[in-house]
Design a protein around this ligand. Structure first.
Ligand code: DON
Length: 310
């Protein structure tokens, strides 16, 4: 299969689409992004990289950072994390507060905002926010093997100024005793991790450990194979919020979206894929990024629901 020709063809199809979805406007820096941008990058298990379109333009990875934050938090507290965050799909919007009251401040999963804020509280540990943010940046640079990855301070600041829902979620969980640190410190960590800027090429590289059973070819083991499987399972069941079922149905591989329009998708043993198209659908996931992944999955046959030998 000529993968380069295939992804160039997908890029052509996507650029012809007129309905590109709507860019997120509640974070000022995201409202300015041109919805015509499109990048697609793939790293294969043998290290081969292919890319098409704006694959070298950094974009705000937003909620995709929740995957890396979860990996760090599990490294710190292990399975104790599951006393404070669930592992069930929420069936609600990413920023919803409705389940928190009935479920006593325990978020359904680590990928909805409430869950990611608890994860940020764990990652803050006994540190200053600056140190925890630095640790996150170093971790993502290490995973991608790329020290040019940065945090976009404008995006972080913009969200800090407008993040009233996240403040509500954090305060609500703190009232239930499920946040250990002051709300503004935890949100400082959370907003900065969301403001990580990676290109599709860098993001596909950062996701390699999840396709390779938790081990990187040069750097060695990052996490155990069991943990990599579980993070992939959570990406499949919860990575697209109330559209996670639809994503599994249409694409059939674990994926995590962000309101910057990025999606990281992992085909275990085969490929780490990053796509960027800034316009979102009604669930806050990249509209054409999802379509591009669907085309890619159909053409390559990549799916976790398919016999491994085919
Ligand atoms: O907390 C927020 O609202 C954003 N920083 C991240 C949300 C997000 O990316 C949702 N994903 N599609």
């Amino acid at each position: 299969m000529d993968l380069q020709a295939l992804i160039d063809r997908i890029r052509g199809r996507i650029s012809a689409e007129e309905d590109r979805g709507d860019v997120a406007t509640y974070i000022p820096g995201l409202a300015r992004i041109d919805p015509a941008r499109f990048g697609l990058a793939i790293t294969l298990a043998d290290g081969t990289q292919v890319a098409s379109g704006d694959a070298d333009t950094p974009f705000s990875i937003q909620s995709i950072s929740k995957v890396f934050a979860l990996t760090l938090a599990l490294g710190k507290v292990g399975d104790q994390l599951w006393q404070r965050v669930g592992r069930e799909p929420s069936g609600s919007a990413f920023n919803s507060i409705v389940q928190l009251e009935a479920e006593k401040g325990i978020p359904r999963n680590p990928f909805i905002n409430a869950g990611a804020i608890v994860v940020a509280d764990v990652n803050l540990g006994n540190h200053q926010p600056r140190e925890a943010i630095g640790e996150m940046l170093r971790f993502v640079r290490f995973l991608a093997d790329d020290d040019s990855i940065f945090i976009d301070e404008d995006i972080a600041k913009g969200e800090q100024d407008t993040g009233f829902r996240n403040m509500a979620l954090a305060n609500y969980m703190r009232a239930f005793g499920n946040l250990r640190h002051a709300v503004d410190l935890v949100l400082g960590v959370y907003f900065h991790q969301c403001a990580l800027a990676l290109s599709a090429t860098q993001l596909a590289q950062a996701g390699r450990f999840l396709m390779l059973d938790g081990r990187l070819p040069e750097q060695g083991r990052v996490i155990s194979p069991a943990r990599a499987r579980r993070i992939n399972a959570l990406m499949l069941t919860c990575g697209h919020y109330d559209a996670s079922g639809d994503f599994a149905f249409r694409i059939g591989i674990p994926g995590k979206s962000g309101v910057g329009g990025g999606i990281l998708a992992v085909v275990p043993g085969r490929a780490s894929i990053a796509v960027w198209s800034p316009g979102l659908n009604e669930n806050g996931n990249s509209k054409l990024g999802t379509l591009a992944l669907q085309m890619l999955a159909e053409e390559t046959g990549w799916s976790i629901f398919r016999a491994a030998s085919t």
